[in-house]
Design a binder for this molecule. Structure first.
Ligand code: NAD
Length: 385
């Protein structure tokens, strides 16, 4: 990467900062910076992104909000005990985990919280402002990695939207790595458009949907007729527990099904189920069963089984997204960053749904970011899409 360690530092403000994904992000960034592990899974460390002017991993400073108070070093020990982090890593990066832990502020609304929406937004925005100011950061990206909430109903802002509003108020680019409403709330459409900030989302594409975005185009391009596509996910951890709520699971599954509609051009029969299996912890098993017709109506089946460590799949994507969105902000890009659809199940803006095309769009974006690397803020008006 061309950015040097002495370059201005960039904040990454994690909503859900004590969760599995957030803890893996902080521990992982420290491990890579210290040269303890290679950057496997980090797309922004591949040659296509060299000289795009992305902030160096060593320049990232972490903070965030959470509603629980388990210290990050302890959370990291639990993840190491579960095999998510390498044994010994929490001790090796304890100083970085402790530093990030000091920057985590109480989230909300908590049970019995009497604060209204405006007070919560103002408090969250002040926390982010304070973080940016105390560390002398060039900018901070707000990334939502909090528990998935049920789809919003009515006019009240759900917690994810209170944080998204706070990000706008603090002048920060925003990334929604979850299916929660975030910036998608109708009440935030006008403030988002007027903010002049770039944003990306929704819901990280790390496993089953990643495969669907590759296989869907394959069936379409080979003119094979998909008759049914069914999926089951077994997972534990905090995400498994949150998704045991049928309303939260419905919000998640909508994104998984969108990729099939977009790549196949039709919605095949079949459903996606998510089962909470606590003993699996962070290890997810995703099984897909695809019934399709070939030449002369020959009936065939493809089955795939994906066994992934969820936080290890998600964490490098968060680092990629924070760096890309920070650089987009530095370049003066605004509005939905559809070129980051590569990373999401339900991407903002109009963009392709097939992974290959999404990667091409991302590579083009890397090129565009590169065009002005070396200069400071490069205002480029009219980037709203
Ligand atoms: N592969 C993946 O891991 C993956 C992929 C796509 C999306 N996601 C999404 O990322 C999110 C995080 O996943 P995880 O495994 O880290 O879950 P987790 O349960 O370990 O962590 C979620 C954290 O959010 C916190 N939280 C809940 N409500 C909050 C609020 N109102 N304010 C602030 N913090 C709050 C919780 O206390 C917890 O620490 C989930 O929404 C998940 O669906 C994960």
């Amino acid at each position: 990467m061309s950015a040097s360690v002495s370059a201005p530092r960039v904040g990454v403000w994690l909503i859900g900062a004590r969760g599995s994904v957030a803890t893996t992000v902080v521990a992982g960034c420290a491990a890579l910076t210290a040269g303890l592990n290679p950057p496997t899974g980090l797309v922004t460390e591949t040659p296509a992104f060299a000289d795009s002017g992305l902030p160096a991993l060593a320049s990232l400073v972490f903070g965030g909000h959470d509603t629980v108070d388990c210290p990050l070093p302890k959370r990291a020990e639990a993840l190491a005990a579960g095999g998510v982090l390498p044994p010994g890593l929490p001790k090796a990066v304890e100083a970085e985990l402790t530093a990030a832990d000091r920057e985590i502020r109480p989230g909300g609304p908590g049970p019995g919280d009497t604060r209204g929406e405006e007070e919560l937004i103002a408090t969250f925005a002040a926390d982010i402002d304070d973080f940016v100011r105390r560390h002398g950061l060039a900018r901070a990206v707000v990334v939502n990695v909090a528990s998935t909430e049920p789809a919003a109903t009515g006019t009240a802002l759900p917690p994810s939207s209170l944080y998204a509003a706070a990000a706008l108020r603090a002048g920060c680019p925003y990334v929604n790595f979850t299916p929660s409403t975030g910036l998608h709330h109708p009440a935030l459409a006008a403030p988002a458009a007027m903010s002049g900030l770039p944003y990306a989302g929704r819901d990280g594409k790390t496993g089953q949907t990643l495969l669907r975005s590759v296989l869907g185009p394959m069936f379409a391009q080979r003119a094979l007729a998909v008759r049914a596509w069914s999926g089951t996910n077994l997972l534990g951890g905090g995400d498994g527990a949150a998704l045991a709520d049928p309303d939260a699971a419905a919000a998640k599954n909508a994104g998984k099904e969108r990729v099939l509609a977009d790549t196949l051009g039709t919605v095949p029969e079949g459903e996606v189920h998510i089962d909470d299996v606590p003993v699996l912890g962070d290890w997810k098993t995703a099984w897909d069963h695809i019934a399709f017709d070939g030449f002369l109506g020959a009936r065939m089946i493809l089955q795939t089984t994906w066994q992934g460590c969820d936080s290890a799949l998600a964490a490098p994507l968060i680092l990629d997204l924070a760096r890309l969105t920070a650089r987009a902000h530095e370049r003066g890009l605004t509005g939905p960053l559809y070129e980051l659809g590569f990373y999401f199940k339900d991407p903002v803006g109009e963009g392709p749904a097939a992974l290959g095309e999404q990667y091409a769009a991302l590579a083009g974006f890397a090129e565009r970011l590169r065009e002005s690397s070396g200069g400071g803020t490069d205002e480029e008006p009219g980037e709203e899409r």
